[in-house]
Design a protein around this ligand. Structure first.
Ligand code: GLN
Length: 287
């Protein structure tokens, strides 16, 4: 079968399920992954012939996409900050907004000369600690997660990206002390309220880990409160705390963090939503 014939089928079959731009992006991700061909390669080979095995691979992927399985689960990997990450249903698929958070941190640290100690809370796939470690040669990077399954993936991702991250199995909600002083603490904790589920698509709702995503409507900032409280004691003076946040709770999150004695600011993502927060520990001691 010619790839171009399959392409027609692929677009037709998925047109009831996804917008065309999304189908296009799936198509090129799959061809890159299964055939090792870029968009340009394909344009130069309009008569590319699919082997029987390749046709079956594409066919299977097509069926899974029709069930709204995330394409990253089908490929079992994704790209984040230019690096390759293995993903599974045990971890949140790295999001572009989290790349923006990593960019912000790296910009702020661009002129940093000393070696700094970083703690990431909620490793997930490891996208934050691994991309920070990759771009900060002298940093000492720690990362904690409550899920053993997530940690296995994160450890694997540190390995394939050739970086050292100290991963630990820890429940932040049960942590009373961070035990050592950090220059920087970062977290993308769960922050989606149940009331926001109606805005979400079934590729997220049915396929991604609840543990990594959702919080009670009544106490949506529970992780921010706990982490800020711990950071107020265990960030060095002048050290910084970075969060990815719920876009609808920017002001509330800012106020909460300021309540712990931090100087804090919000930052919008490329869609203009309040998505990130940075806080600096200005006082020398505990509140
Ligand atoms: N940004 C993610 C989403 O909307 C949520 C990430 C999180 O809960 N930390 O799917």
């Amino acid at each position: 079968m010619h790839l171009s014939d399959f392409k027609k089928v692929f677009f037709e079959k998925l047109s009831d399920f996804y917008p065309e731009t999304e189908v296009q992006s799936f198509y090129f991700l799959l061809t890159q992954h299964y055939l090792g061909k870029t968009r340009l390669d394909l344009a130069l080979e309009p008569k590319y012939e699919l082997s029987e095995e390749q046709r079956e691979q594409f066919q299977k992927a097509l069926l899974r996409l029709k069930k709204y399985e995330p394409v990253q689960h089908i490929l079992e990997e994704t790209e984040f900050y230019g690096l390759r990450f293995k993903v599974s249903k045990e971890v949140l698929i790295p999001r572009p907004e989290t790349e923006e958070l990593v960019s912000w941190i790296l910009e702020d640290l661009a002129s940093e000369e000393k070696s700094i100690r970083i703690l990431d809370i909620g490793s997930g796939s490891g996208c934050i600690p691994v991309s920070l470690a990759k771009n900060l040669n002298t940093a000492e990077v720690h990362s904690w997660d409550v899920s053993e399954e997530a940690l296995k993936i994160a450890i694997f991702n540190a390995k394939i990206n050739n970086v050292n991250v100290d991963f630990q199995l820890k429940d932040i909600m049960k942590t009373v002390d961070l035990e050592q002083q950090y220059d920087l603490i970062v977290s993308n904790p769960p922050y989606v309220r149940n009331l926001e589920k109606k805005e979400m698509h079934s590729n997220v709702l049915d396929h991604e880990p609840e543990l990594a995503l959702y919080v009670d409507d009544e106490d949506a900032l529970i992780f921010y409160r706990k982490i800020s409280e711990l950071a107020a004691k265990n960030l060095k003076t002048g050290g910084s705390l970075y969060f990815e946040i719920n876009q609808y709770l920017g002001k509330e999150t800012l106020r909460l963090v300021q309540g712990f004695g931090f100087e804090a600011e919000l930052k919008k993502d490329i869609f203009g939503n309040d998505r990130m927060l940075k806080a600096i520990r200005i006082n020398g001691g505990e509140l």
